[in-house]
Design a protein around this ligand. Structure first.
Ligand SMILES: NC(=O)c1ccc[n+]([C@@H]2O[C@H](COP(=O)([O-])OP(=O)(O)OC[C@H]3O[C@@H](n4cnc5c(N)ncnc54)[C@H](OP(=O)(O)O)[C@@H]3O)[C@@H](O)[C@H]2O)c1
Length: 435
């Protein structure tokens, strides 16, 4: 790394002074002596950029040069590192990072969208120029999962990584379970409390978790970042009654990102899951994130912590800056970008496992036999069947679980069931994961 020989201050330019940017500046100010002790040099903020210059950000910006344009900031003379904390996979964030690399500056970013879409190309560009891209903050906020996988587990072959990668969804699901309230109600509250954005779709539709999963997959398996192969489902269809049934069946409902090596290739999926109450991940509630990695020598490792927020995210950004200040160098995704090996994506239809299905059916003779026949015709074996109460002639919820089966067979059975006249709502399915 080009700065390893330097002993003067590490000069950084920060683009984006919102939640994360302001947090980074506060941390650097408060821990300046500690950081100097740990890496033998100070970290000095020489330039900053955001949209509105007049906004009070709770930090002293008087010694840094102001830029209205973050891309121009990337070319500020004498800068060692450009810290991109704007967000978005395209536009100013991408242009800032690209120009920074062209000008020979290291990059630190918290931008999962950018890395999910352009991570491999950016890594190649950086490594060709002998530069680093630090992105610890992009996945699971304050949890050091990138370093955990890339450095801490570097001696292992990793077969699986899964986790709770979106605190907003985990908060909503936890509230739904503990209060019995419906999704829309809890989402509205989460927005008031600042746990969910005004436009919450990136979070609740699973896209944010999918960005993070695509990055984790690359680090875990040494493959190019392949966001388009992630199967993504969000939490909009999880209903209050699903929590009652899950509880009765011994499960908790979590939105998980799962990356696994299988005989069909690499599986990458984000969707609501039922997990046994006794699984460690089932106990991770509220805004907390968790990641579990399975390595061949280390066995199972669990990381838990805050996945977002000013302090935790700043902690991760500054850890990357300290690596650069110390002159530590690691290939971006664990193996050099040119050697990331393409892997076959495993299609969702090939997933094997058990399923929870909730149907709204008209309570009359023969309906259950029709459902059972649709399952049998696809060789799907039912494990449990729950119907609480009767209401002849009216729609009632009916829940069933299956033994292990293939997703393709399950989808065919559900399509047949959905077509039945006595099934009055689309069937809702939640995959069961036995961790
Ligand atoms: N918030 C978290 O807890 C968290 C956790 C992990 C990762 N991240 C990632 O960190 C990044 C930043 O998130 P954030 O929550 O800090 O966002 P934020 O609070 O919305 O801040 C974004 C910052 O970028 C500035 N900005 C936006 N467009 C700009 C433009 N065209 N030119 C110059 N500056 C521009 C904004 O300026 P103004 O302030 O003047 O409007 C603001 O300072 C994102 O990639 C996000 O995904 C966030």
């Amino acid at each position: 790394m080009s700065d390893s020989h330097k002993t003067g201050p590490l000069k950084i330019a920060v683009a984006g002074l919102g939640t994360v940017g302001a947090g980074v500046l506060k941390l650097l100010e408060r821990q300046a002596d500690l950081i100097e002790q740990r890496c033998g040099r100070r970290i000095e903020v020489v330039a900053v950029s955001a949209r509105s210059r007049g906004k009070d950000r709770g930090v002293d910006l008087s010694t840094a040069e102001w830029y209205d344009d973050p891309v121009a900031l990337a070319a500020h003379p004498g800068v060692d590192v450009v810290v991109e904390l704007i967000g978005g996979s395209e536009g100013p964030a991408k242009e800032t990072v690209e120009l920074a690399l062209e000008r020979g500056r290291h990059v630190v970013t918290a931008n999962k969208a950018l890395l999910a879409h352009h991570g491999t190309a950016l890594a190649a560009k950086a490594e060709a120029a002998g530069l680093a891209i630090g992105f610890e903050a992009a996945v699971a906020g304050g949890i050091p999962i990138i370093k955990g996988l890339r450095e801490g587990l570097a001696g292992n072959r990793v077969s699986e990584v899964h986790g709770i990668l979106n605190g907003t969804c985990n908060y909503i699901l936890t509230e739904m379970r503990t209060t019995g309230r419906d999704f829309a109600d809890v989402l509205a509250d989460a927005q008031k409390l600042g746990y969910a954005e005004a436009d919450p779709s990136f979070d609740i539709d699973g896209v944010d978790a999918a960005h993070k999963l695509a990055i984790l997959t690359s680090v875990a398996f040494g493959t190019p970042v392949d966001f388009k192969s992630v199967h993504v489902e969000g939490i909009r269809h999880v209903s209050a009654v699903d929590f009652d049934y899950a509880d009765a069946l011994g499960y908790r409902i979590k939105l998980l990102g799962i990356a696994r090596r299988t005989d069909h290739g690499i599986e990458q999926r984000v969707h609501p899951c039922m997990v046994p109450k006794a699984a460690p991940i089932a106990a991770v509630d509220g805004v907390f994130n968790a990641v579990i990695a399975q390595g061949d020598f280390v066995d199972r490792v669990l990381f838990v912590g805050r996945g977002a927020g000013e302090g935790p995210t700043a902690s991760a950004v500054v850890a990357d800056l300290i690596d650069i200040a110390r002159g530590r160098s690691t290939p971006t995704f664990g193996v050099p970008a040119a050697q990331l090996s393409e892997a076959q994506p495993s299609p969702m239809e090939a997933r094997r496992g058990s399923y929870y299905v909730r149907l709204m059916v008209v309570d009359r003779p023969g309906v259950i036999a029709d459902v059972a026949a649709a399952m049998r015709d696809q060789n799907v074996s039912m494990e449990q069947f729950l119907q609480r109460g009767r209401a002849p002639g009216e729609a009632v919820p009916v829940v069933l679980t299956t033994h292990d089966t293939e997703e393709a067979a399950m989808q065919r059975a559900l399509a047949t069931i959905a077509d039945k006249e006595s099934v009055v709502e689309p069937p809702r399915m939640i995959r069961i994961e036995q961790f």
